[in-house]
Design a protein around this ligand. Sequence first.
Ligand SMILES: *Cc1c(COP(=O)(O)O)cnc(C)c1O
Length: 451
Amino acid sequence: MQLWRDALRRHNPTEERVLVNTATLKTTRSEEIFAAAQKLMPGGVNSPVRAFKSVGGQPIVFDRVKGSHIWDVDGNEYIDYIGSWGPAICGHAHPEVTQALHDVLEKGTSFGAPCYLENVLAEMVIDAVPSIEMVRFVNSGTEACMAVLRLMRAFTGRDKLIKFEGCYHGHADMFLVKAGSGVATLGLPDSPGVPKSTTANTLTAPYNDLQAVRSLFEENPDQVSGVILEPIVGNAGFIPPDAGFLEGLRELTREYGALLVFDEVMTGFRIAYGGAQQKFGVTPDLTTLGKIIGGGLPVGAYGGRRDIMAMVAPAGPMYQAGTLSGNPLAMTAGIKTLELLQRSNTYEQLERITKKLSDGLLQAAKETGHAACGGNISGMFGFFFTEGPVHSYEDAKHSDLNKFGRFHRGMLERGVYLAPSQFEAGFTSLAHTDEDIDRTIAAAREVMSGL
Ligand SMILES: *Cc1c(COP(=O)(O)O)cnc(C)c1O
């Protein structure tokens, strides 16, 4: 335990260099609630990155959300660029989603038996995502990734998998090797409690490095079940694939008789209605989904080629189940959210507003003399305090984390809520207005000129 704490301290120097000026932000109630929370729940939270460990300072406790804005328990209002880490793509608490939920709630929350709404969402997902011919709903992205790995192994009869440094596929043991998101944020290369035997079959390569993947295939002949990746990384900051990378993986996996799996838990229905696979024109064998398809309720899914999905119980022998899977509330929030996304110009609007924000942030950094780089695709963006370019997690680690921590706090004080880590992508929604973006860029320029 002590060792683990030391590791945390060593890899997390921001802990000691918190230069917080909360003078302009009244957060008394947040502080009280968070102090109590720390006695009740580990670190005061139910998911690590929320605790602000990597940016320093006091996390904010929220009371309500609406559109592109969130309000904390002290009554402060912020423009939100997390969107619940993705699901709120139509804006928080969209009136049509909440109305649909009210209506379906009357009929009960869970049947534990088939329900017609499952067909409706399944059909929408199959129609939208190029690789998906059949789908299974679960309750989180983590669950979807766990199940897809079992399926990769069941279908190929091989045990090994290849993943990439900085990519996050939920918190299952087999994936907690060089993972992104909270694991990257806390600087933990791994987690205690994960036996070596569990990760012995997990091979890792740097993102955007095709040659490294080929070498792994050569060193492990007929043993690799497949390659899993975020087709655009969002859990090590925002890192798009280099030209030819996804196509190269498609060819390599075919050549070595392995499966290609896109983890589109974050990018699905965000990068395009058909996900990153539609945007880049590369079709994997299997895909995982989550976040947006639950419209703010807990949902995950995995799907893909019909012959592979036929392995899943009860159609086939690969066991996987869930008490609350496909419950009518979650299905309804997903269906309504996808319906809203099908309306005209939604992705054009996301692209325009996100590009305006991303360009504005980089321009502000340039004007105030800070090394910075970043990018955006559709409703997803990223920004690093480093010269760049960033092609991999290794590159992302050159960012000035101290500076990012102070930037984050400064933005918070000016009513802008950004992801509390340099290693997370940002998210916009259909509810973000030009005024939101203008205010955000003005705040960024002000904060950066004082850094
Ligand atoms: C969020 C995320 C997950 C995990 O999903 P949870 O619902 O948090 O379990 C898996 N993969 C990717 C790419 C994600 O962004």
